[in-house]
Design a protein around this ligand. Structure first.
Ligand SMILES: [Mn+2]
Length: 251
């Protein structure tokens, strides 16, 4: 079985019970370990990650420990960076043994062609998000940020992240907006016109969506690991299913 999960936003200032959340995610990963051939973390697992030259953000001990345990036991763990945890410069790979992916990828899994992406930066409508994305990827700015004392950098990052989330929650875009308004659906539809794929798998939106596109392909948005505790699984026959963690523990 191949599993996909995203958006834990571990360490978020808005999380009321951080250790409970982390333990729950570890239990989920431990249950997946029983039959996983690969696990894909699809972005924003950490609310604000920035790898300094000699220092990394505190926390995530159980989560990181679990990831190291998974990779040590021979399971492929893929770590797609999201818009909150893209500032990794090799630490996660060397320390945890995960394979880090900085960009969307098209891969064949269980015989199915899949586009895997966190989902940020694919907004075909908003130029604003593209501009922000370019700024965040700018080497000059990354370099400047790296020179800041971590206390300042982390304070800025965590506050930026929390205010981002508050804005999202207040904007009324929290719930599914319908095919026309959901730009990840629009992105998948546009991509289908160029190249047919079986599955489009995204995080980022914090909604659970499993939608058949007209072209006999499907888009799955994974929900999150803050409220939904949802994930997707792809079996050996190529069947993709979106589930809750309570379902996993029942089976
Ligand atoms: Mn995101």
């Amino acid at each position: 079985m191949i599993y996909f999960l995203s958006d834990a936003h571990l360490g978020s200032l808005l999380q009321e019970h951080p250790h409970e959340q982390e333990r729950r995610i570890c239990r989920l990963l431990e249950r997946m370990r029983q039959d996983a051939s690969a696990i894909y973390l699809m972005g924003d697992m950490i609310d604000f990650w920035y790898e300094y030259r000699y220092v990394v953000p505190k926390g995530f001990t159980r989560f990181f420990g679990k990831l190291a345990e998974l990779t040590d036991s021979g399971i492929d763990v893929h770590y797609f960076t999201g818009n909150h945890d893209q500032w990794d410069f090799g630490y996660l790979q060397s320390e945890l043994g995960v394979q880090v992916h900085l960009h969307p990828e098209i891969v064949t899994l269980s015989g199915k062609r899949c586009l895997l992406a966190h989902g940020d930066g694919l907004n075909v409508r908003s130029r604003g998000e593209k501009i922000i994305n370019n700024i965040f990827h700018s080497h000059t700015l990354q370099h400047a940020f790296r020179g800041l004392h971590p206390t300042l950098g982390m304070r800025f990052g965590l506050r930026w992240s929390a205010s981002n989330r508050r804005k999202e929650l207040a904007s009324g875009h929290k719930d599914y907006q319908g095919e026309q308004q959901e730009w990840l659906v629009q992105y998948a539809k546009q991509h289908e016109q160029q190249e047919h794929l079986d599955y489009y798998i995204f995080g980022h939106r914090h909604i659970m969506l499993d939608l058949e596109l007209a072209t006999a392909s499907r888009i799955v948005i994974l929900g999150d690991l803050m409220n939904h505790y949802s994930f997707a699984q792809l079996d050996e026959k190529g069947q993709l299913q979106l589930r809750y963690d309570t379902e996993l523990f029942e089976s």
